[in-house]
Design a protein around this ligand. Sequence first.
Ligand code: ADP
Ligand code: MG
Ligand code: MG
Length: 476
Amino acid sequence: MESHKPMFQVENFDDEFVQKLVYDALVWCSLHGLVVGDKTYQKSGTVPGVGMTHAPISLLPTQFPESYWKQACEVAPIFNELVDRVSLDAKFIQDSLSRTKKADIFTSRLLDIHSKMLESNKKEDIRLGLHRSDYMLDEETKSLLQIEMNTISCSFPGFGRLVTELHQSLLRSHGDHLGLDSERVPKNTSNSQFADAMAKAWLEYNNPRAVVMIVVQPDERNMYDQHWLSSVLREKYPLLYLSLAEVETEGSVQEDGTLIVDGQEVSVVYYRSGYTPRDYPSESEWNARLLIEQSSAVKCPSIAYHLAGTKKIQQELAKPGVLERFMDNKDDVAKLRKCFAGLWSLDDPEIIKKAIEKPELFVMKPQREGGGNNIYGDDVRENLLRLQKEGEEENAAYILMQRIFPKVSNVFLVREGVYHRDQAISELGIYGAYLRNKERVIINEQSGYLMRTKVSSSDEGGVAAGFAVLDSIYLN
Ligand code: ADP
Ligand code: MG
Ligand code: MG
């Protein structure tokens, strides 16, 4: 007996029943704040409560094998530890990114800040990491492979919990008809765990009057995900919301390193901006980033944590023998390595030749975050050929990655009040929180999850970027 196998077959549902589910889901989203700014309203990215629409969602949780779910949860604290170790090895970071620096101005500017911190011998005693490690389940090799490790501005810790609760609620109401059990959607406390880690960082900083500063984009339609996090903190901890440009005008660092913004001492800086070149339209934003980095506030992330999450570092870590430099425990090394897909730099002629012959088996990635930046299919070939002509330097802006092919399933995607039945693939993100003060590790845990599902014909992911929808998982 395969008792856990759900009976539900999306193909069998009649339209009337699905419409009813969609209606209930949309009511739930509206009542519970699973909403984003509606781009047709000009003020929806700046004024809360104006121009809201439900977040793009998958109507039902997507099936995911329990063994892989456990594997992904189990490696979360190990990845947290790895990021911390890498962040302390300034030479490894600088050396690994030295060629990238010449080819990519954004990485180069980040590295400059990192270098300045090294010159002034700046140490981060209290280190707070709020990460999300993303995976796809490769259908061919039946393995859980990491897409990337995000160390800055990981989106949807607020909505991860909400979309899980939405699905659990729908299954409680309609589970019998669907043949689904709400208990098989794992609990998700992403929001409170991230908030708790921020609160504990605030405690470590140890000044009851100091504030938590959330660095935001000036126009942010995904503001409610962030407000969910701050709603947990707000009653106990004073919060400030500022853009990088505002930090430049309102902020200063005192002789002893204290960061003062708007006349208040800042203990923890949480970035929901600063991860893409678009967040730095002028020198003001770079000045603000440097100012914060020079201060004694706890930065989530520090420049070193940020750089440790770059795709180039991911590729360097996948080289033989490199993980062993950072992790002593052989079992841990094996668990991490098991999740690594093929990763290569573009100075390997063998792999370039292969990728030009079979570009569909590769993804070409620049050092960018936020979705919509990668190169796929025939464009991989074209770009590789172009880079071969242009010579050595330019190719260091990219890495090559083995393309992962997850299982395609039938799902209902709901956007702007309308549902579509489509063939889709999913990416599982596991949140991880890490907090330490010198030698004392205060938090190192898996902190909830987020599934993202997108039509299988789309190469890119990213919910905010408009490719994917929010989802949760149904264990089987
Ligand atoms: P970003 O930091 O911009 O999110 P990612 O590495 O996560 O960059 O890539 C963006 C999206 O591209 C992913 O969400 C995923 O949908 C797709 N993608 C990335 N790497 C691969 C891969 N190796 N195989 C298949 N799809 C991939
Ligand atoms: Mg990313
Ligand atoms: Mg990503």
